[in-house]
Design a protein around this ligand. Sequence first.
Ligand SMILES: C[S@@+](CC[C@H](N)C(=O)[O-])C[C@H]1O[C@@H](n2cnc3c(N)ncnc32)[C@H](O)[C@@H]1O
Length: 259
Amino acid sequence: MGQDYELFITNMKKKTGIDLSLYKEAQMKRRLTSLFKKKGFRSFADFYHGICRDDKLLDEFLDKITINVSEFFRNRKRWEILEKKILPGLLKENRNLRIWSAACATGEEPYTMALILSKFIPLSRIRIFATDIDEKAIATARLGIYPERSLEEVPDELKKRYFVREGNLYKLSEDIKSTVIFKKHNLLADPYGGPYDLIICRNVLIYFTDEAKEMIYKKISNALTIGGILFVGSTEQIFNASRYGLAGVDTFFYQKLPV
Ligand SMILES: C[S@@+](CC[C@H](N)C(=O)[O-])C[C@H]1O[C@@H](n2cnc3c(N)ncnc32)[C@H](O)[C@@H]1O
């Protein structure tokens, strides 16, 4: 790793608590280099000094490292498995499921969970905890207003029931919004809490080093109740899940084993 980048990592960790060394290096370096060059800086050292002088630049740095792309029912087939196979099993044990959507970006994922769960239990009984490292994404999530392209996979009856169209945007109903509690959380540094019956952690692990992934799987496993489920993204299968006390129950779903 170049000394310039290494020092930048140390400085940014002190400044923001974000440890860039746990993100895949080539990808992250490329993204940040393109940003600082665009802004007229020549090195990571210059860039760091710029960030210290200008909060807007710090925001742009945060935007660059957090890729907030999401959509409702992302990889819809997986959500169907969740609805038809996984949820009925979990609800048989417990009607008050504790659910965490980690790295939820702009909220489409926890809200998708609420839309599905609304078919099984009254909305007033649903509580979903949703977190992301990016406060701006969380603010958007709390607003609950989305462009049409985010809703492409939403089944018509749910769209009709829970969204109101306003021009080119769709506003999510207050009763769905109120089922989700959003909070800032860094998967690489903050405690995980729990126990949870279901943890949804999708399309974020791809950005992390193997070492970081391992740490996250261990912490997720510890935060799951016995029999609880981890739902991962479509490129994020866990090799050797039993090392973390987990067993695959379907593609992209893992269950916490008794200790
Ligand atoms: C591509 S989005 C995934 C959104 C959603 N889970 C989905 O699958 O559609 C990745 C999210 O991970 C968040 N993220 C990146 N690093 C993180 C960290 N260390 N802790 C928590 N969230 C993080 C980003 O802010 C971004 O919102």
